[in-house]
Design a protein around this ligand. Structure first.
Ligand SMILES: [Zn+2]
Length: 265
Protein backbone atom coordinates (compact mmCIF):
# COMPACT_ATOMS: atom_id res chain seq x y z
CA UNK A 1 0.00 0.00 0.00
CA UNK A 2 1.20 3.54 -0.73
CA UNK A 3 -0.23 6.81 0.59
CA UNK A 4 0.96 10.12 -0.84
CA UNK A 5 0.43 12.70 1.89
CA UNK A 6 0.97 15.87 -0.17
CA UNK A 7 -0.64 16.51 -3.56
CA UNK A 8 -2.37 19.43 -5.25
CA UNK A 9 -5.17 19.74 -7.75
CA UNK A 10 -7.35 22.56 -9.03
CA UNK A 11 -10.99 22.55 -10.09
CA UNK A 12 -11.20 21.86 -13.85
CA UNK A 13 -12.39 25.41 -14.61
CA UNK A 14 -9.14 27.03 -13.36
CA UNK A 15 -6.60 24.19 -13.68
CA UNK A 16 -5.04 25.22 -16.99
CA UNK A 17 -4.64 28.88 -16.06
CA UNK A 18 -3.28 28.10 -12.58
CA UNK A 19 -0.83 25.50 -13.84
CA UNK A 20 0.51 27.82 -16.56
CA UNK A 21 1.05 30.57 -14.02
CA UNK A 22 2.68 28.38 -11.36
CA UNK A 23 4.98 26.61 -13.80
CA UNK A 24 6.27 29.94 -15.05
CA UNK A 25 6.57 31.42 -11.56
CA UNK A 26 8.57 28.50 -10.17
CA UNK A 27 10.32 27.69 -13.47
CA UNK A 28 9.23 24.06 -13.11
CA UNK A 29 7.46 21.46 -15.22
CA UNK A 30 4.45 19.78 -13.72
CA UNK A 31 3.96 16.01 -13.65
CA UNK A 32 0.19 16.20 -14.24
CA UNK A 33 -2.25 18.71 -15.77
CA UNK A 34 -3.27 19.73 -12.25
CA UNK A 35 -6.78 18.31 -12.47
CA UNK A 36 -8.46 15.64 -10.33
CA UNK A 37 -8.51 13.23 -13.27
CA UNK A 38 -4.80 13.95 -13.90
CA UNK A 39 -4.00 13.02 -10.31
CA UNK A 40 -6.14 9.88 -10.48
CA UNK A 41 -4.33 8.80 -13.65
CA UNK A 42 -0.97 9.31 -11.94
CA UNK A 43 -2.17 7.27 -8.94
CA UNK A 44 -3.29 4.44 -11.19
CA UNK A 45 -0.04 4.46 -13.20
CA UNK A 46 2.10 4.48 -10.05
CA UNK A 47 0.05 2.23 -7.73
CA UNK A 48 -0.70 4.95 -5.23
CA UNK A 49 -3.71 3.91 -3.14
CA UNK A 50 -4.49 7.20 -1.42
CA UNK A 51 -3.54 10.80 -2.21
CA UNK A 52 -4.02 13.55 0.36
CA UNK A 53 -4.98 16.75 -1.49
CA UNK A 54 -3.84 20.01 0.14
CA UNK A 55 -5.59 23.17 -1.10
CA UNK A 56 -3.61 26.41 -0.89
CA UNK A 57 -5.88 29.31 0.06
CA UNK A 58 -4.37 32.63 -1.02
CA UNK A 59 -7.30 34.88 -0.02
CA UNK A 60 -9.85 34.65 2.83
CA UNK A 61 -12.67 35.06 0.29
CA UNK A 62 -11.83 31.62 -1.17
CA UNK A 63 -12.97 29.86 1.99
CA UNK A 64 -16.36 28.63 0.74
CA UNK A 65 -15.26 27.62 -2.76
CA UNK A 66 -12.17 25.75 -1.61
CA UNK A 67 -13.81 23.89 1.23
CA UNK A 68 -16.90 23.02 -0.79
CA UNK A 69 -14.68 21.54 -3.51
CA UNK A 70 -12.65 19.69 -0.87
CA UNK A 71 -15.78 18.16 0.65
CA UNK A 72 -17.04 17.16 -2.80
CA UNK A 73 -13.96 15.12 -3.71
CA UNK A 74 -13.09 13.88 -0.19
CA UNK A 75 -13.38 10.16 0.52
CA UNK A 76 -13.92 9.07 -3.09
CA UNK A 77 -11.59 7.05 -5.34
CA UNK A 78 -8.63 7.19 -2.95
CA UNK A 79 -8.76 10.96 -2.52
CA UNK A 80 -8.61 12.49 0.95
CA UNK A 81 -8.86 16.25 0.75
CA UNK A 82 -7.94 18.62 3.52
CA UNK A 83 -9.64 21.99 3.77
CA UNK A 84 -8.16 25.43 4.01
CA UNK A 85 -8.28 28.46 6.27
CA UNK A 86 -6.66 31.87 5.74
CA UNK A 87 -4.94 33.61 8.69
CA UNK A 88 -6.58 36.94 7.72
CA UNK A 89 -10.07 35.48 8.16
CA UNK A 90 -12.59 37.42 10.28
CA UNK A 91 -13.65 34.32 12.18
CA UNK A 92 -11.16 31.46 12.38
CA UNK A 93 -13.28 29.62 14.96
CA UNK A 94 -16.32 29.54 12.71
CA UNK A 95 -14.11 28.59 9.72
CA UNK A 96 -12.53 25.67 11.56
CA UNK A 97 -15.89 24.48 12.89
CA UNK A 98 -17.12 24.49 9.27
CA UNK A 99 -14.10 22.47 8.08
CA UNK A 100 -14.76 19.96 10.86
CA UNK A 101 -18.48 19.73 10.08
CA UNK A 102 -17.72 19.06 6.40
CA UNK A 103 -16.00 15.86 7.54
CA UNK A 104 -12.52 16.87 6.40
CA UNK A 105 -9.52 15.36 8.26
CA UNK A 106 -7.33 18.41 8.33
CA UNK A 107 -6.29 21.78 6.96
CA UNK A 108 -3.47 23.07 4.83
CA UNK A 109 -1.74 26.31 5.74
CA UNK A 110 0.80 27.97 3.46
CA UNK A 111 2.60 30.74 5.39
CA UNK A 112 4.34 32.04 2.22
CA UNK A 113 1.27 32.30 0.01
CA UNK A 114 -0.63 33.61 3.05
CA UNK A 115 2.14 36.08 3.92
CA UNK A 116 2.01 35.27 7.63
CA UNK A 117 4.85 33.92 9.74
CA UNK A 118 4.14 30.49 11.15
CA UNK A 119 4.70 31.72 14.72
CA UNK A 120 2.47 34.79 14.26
CA UNK A 121 -0.51 34.72 16.64
CA UNK A 122 -2.86 34.59 13.62
CA UNK A 123 -1.34 31.24 12.59
CA UNK A 124 -0.81 29.91 16.08
CA UNK A 125 -4.45 30.36 17.12
CA UNK A 126 -5.63 28.52 13.98
CA UNK A 127 -3.22 25.63 14.56
CA UNK A 128 -4.15 25.47 18.24
CA UNK A 129 -7.91 25.40 17.68
CA UNK A 130 -7.62 22.98 14.72
CA UNK A 131 -5.65 20.68 17.03
CA UNK A 132 -8.35 20.96 19.69
CA UNK A 133 -10.90 19.89 17.06
CA UNK A 134 -8.72 16.90 16.15
CA UNK A 135 -7.86 18.26 12.71
CA UNK A 136 -4.44 17.49 11.22
CA UNK A 137 -2.52 20.64 10.24
CA UNK A 138 -0.23 20.40 7.21
CA UNK A 139 2.08 23.36 6.65
CA UNK A 140 4.36 24.34 3.84
CA UNK A 141 7.81 24.67 5.44
CA UNK A 142 11.08 26.21 4.29
CA UNK A 143 11.80 28.07 1.07
CA UNK A 144 9.02 28.20 -1.52
CA UNK A 145 10.53 28.10 -5.00
CA UNK A 146 7.80 30.40 -6.32
CA UNK A 147 8.26 32.99 -3.54
CA UNK A 148 11.84 32.60 -2.31
CA UNK A 149 12.54 36.09 -0.94
CA UNK A 150 10.93 35.90 2.49
CA UNK A 151 10.71 32.52 4.24
CA UNK A 152 7.59 32.52 6.41
CA UNK A 153 8.08 29.07 7.95
CA UNK A 154 11.78 28.50 8.63
CA UNK A 155 12.63 25.74 11.15
CA UNK A 156 13.40 28.22 13.93
CA UNK A 157 9.95 29.81 13.68
CA UNK A 158 8.29 26.40 13.26
CA UNK A 159 9.92 25.33 16.55
CA UNK A 160 8.63 28.53 18.17
CA UNK A 161 5.11 27.77 16.89
CA UNK A 162 5.28 24.22 18.28
CA UNK A 163 6.27 25.58 21.68
CA UNK A 164 3.19 27.83 21.69
CA UNK A 165 0.70 25.13 20.67
CA UNK A 166 1.29 22.99 23.75
CA UNK A 167 -1.41 20.48 22.79
CA UNK A 168 -0.09 16.93 23.30
CA UNK A 169 -2.53 15.48 20.77
CA UNK A 170 -1.69 18.02 18.05
CA UNK A 171 -0.96 16.39 14.70
CA UNK A 172 1.16 18.88 12.78
CA UNK A 173 2.94 18.06 9.52
CA UNK A 174 5.80 20.18 8.18
CA UNK A 175 6.22 19.62 4.45
CA UNK A 176 9.49 19.10 2.59
CA UNK A 177 11.28 17.30 5.45
CA UNK A 178 10.62 20.12 7.88
CA UNK A 179 11.86 23.03 5.74
CA UNK A 180 12.76 23.05 2.06
CA UNK A 181 16.47 23.76 1.52
CA UNK A 182 16.87 24.59 5.24
CA UNK A 183 17.72 21.10 6.41
CA UNK A 184 20.68 22.10 8.59
CA UNK A 185 18.25 24.23 10.59
CA UNK A 186 15.73 21.37 10.60
CA UNK A 187 18.39 19.27 12.32
CA UNK A 188 19.13 22.08 14.76
CA UNK A 189 15.57 23.10 15.73
CA UNK A 190 13.07 20.40 14.78
CA UNK A 191 14.47 16.88 14.77
CA UNK A 192 13.01 14.88 17.66
CA UNK A 193 10.09 17.26 18.26
CA UNK A 194 6.44 16.20 18.30
CA UNK A 195 5.82 16.92 14.61
CA UNK A 196 5.64 14.94 11.36
CA UNK A 197 7.71 15.63 8.22
CA UNK A 198 6.57 14.84 4.70
CA UNK A 199 9.02 13.91 1.93
CA UNK A 200 7.37 16.14 -0.72
CA UNK A 201 9.54 17.74 -3.40
CA UNK A 202 12.77 16.31 -2.04
CA UNK A 203 13.93 14.12 -4.95
CA UNK A 204 17.60 14.91 -5.56
CA UNK A 205 17.19 18.14 -3.59
CA UNK A 206 18.21 16.92 -0.14
CA UNK A 207 21.56 15.11 0.20
CA UNK A 208 20.75 11.40 0.70
CA UNK A 209 23.04 11.18 3.75
CA UNK A 210 21.28 14.07 5.44
CA UNK A 211 17.84 12.65 4.60
CA UNK A 212 18.79 9.30 6.13
CA UNK A 213 20.19 11.02 9.22
CA UNK A 214 17.07 13.17 9.73
CA UNK A 215 14.82 10.11 9.40
CA UNK A 216 16.94 8.14 11.87
CA UNK A 217 17.23 10.93 14.44
CA UNK A 218 13.66 12.19 14.13
CA UNK A 219 12.11 8.71 14.07
CA UNK A 220 10.81 6.96 10.94
CA UNK A 221 7.39 6.76 12.61
CA UNK A 222 7.00 10.53 12.09
CA UNK A 223 7.90 10.60 8.38
CA UNK A 224 5.19 10.56 5.70
CA UNK A 225 5.77 9.61 2.09
CA UNK A 226 4.75 12.52 -0.15
CA UNK A 227 5.48 13.78 -3.65
CA UNK A 228 3.99 17.29 -3.81
CA UNK A 229 2.52 16.11 -7.14
CA UNK A 230 2.21 17.77 -9.67
CA UNK A 231 5.47 19.53 -8.72
CA UNK A 232 7.20 16.20 -8.45
CA UNK A 233 6.07 12.96 -10.10
CA UNK A 234 4.69 10.25 -7.82
CA UNK A 235 6.90 7.71 -9.59
CA UNK A 236 10.19 9.57 -9.02
CA UNK A 237 9.24 10.28 -5.41
CA UNK A 238 8.52 6.61 -4.80
CA UNK A 239 11.82 5.53 -6.37
CA UNK A 240 13.80 8.12 -4.38
CA UNK A 241 12.44 7.01 -1.00
CA UNK A 242 12.61 3.32 -1.98
CA UNK A 243 16.37 3.63 -2.47
CA UNK A 244 16.99 4.68 1.16
CA UNK A 245 18.48 2.12 3.51
CA UNK A 246 15.49 1.42 5.74
CA UNK A 247 14.19 -1.63 7.57
CA UNK A 248 10.97 -3.16 6.25
CA UNK A 249 9.14 -1.82 9.27
CA UNK A 250 10.43 1.74 8.67
CA UNK A 251 9.52 1.53 4.98
CA UNK A 252 5.97 0.38 5.72
CA UNK A 253 5.65 3.19 8.25
CA UNK A 254 6.79 5.86 5.82
CA UNK A 255 4.85 4.58 2.79
CA UNK A 256 1.50 4.04 4.53
CA UNK A 257 1.28 3.03 8.19
CA UNK A 258 2.16 6.42 9.71
CA UNK A 259 -0.38 8.06 7.40
CA UNK A 260 -3.09 5.57 8.32
CA UNK A 261 -2.45 6.22 12.01
CA UNK A 262 -2.50 9.96 11.52
CA UNK A 263 -5.69 9.86 9.44
CA UNK A 264 -7.29 7.44 11.88
CA UNK A 265 -8.11 4.91 9.14
ZN1 LIG B 1 2.87 21.52 -2.00
Amino acid sequence: MIIDFHTHIFPDSIAERSMDFLQKQGNVRAATDGTLSGLKKSMKDNHIDISVVLPVMTRPSQFDTINRFAAEINGKDGIISFGGVHPDTDDYIDNLNTVKSLGLSGIKLHPDYQETYVDDEKMVRIIRYASELGLIVSLHAGIDIGLPDTVYCPPRRAANMLKQIDEPNARIVLAHMGGYKQWDEVEEYLVGRNVWFDTGYCVNKIPAGQLGRIIKNHGADKILFASDCPWEGQQESYEFISKLKLSEDERDGIFFRNALNLLGI
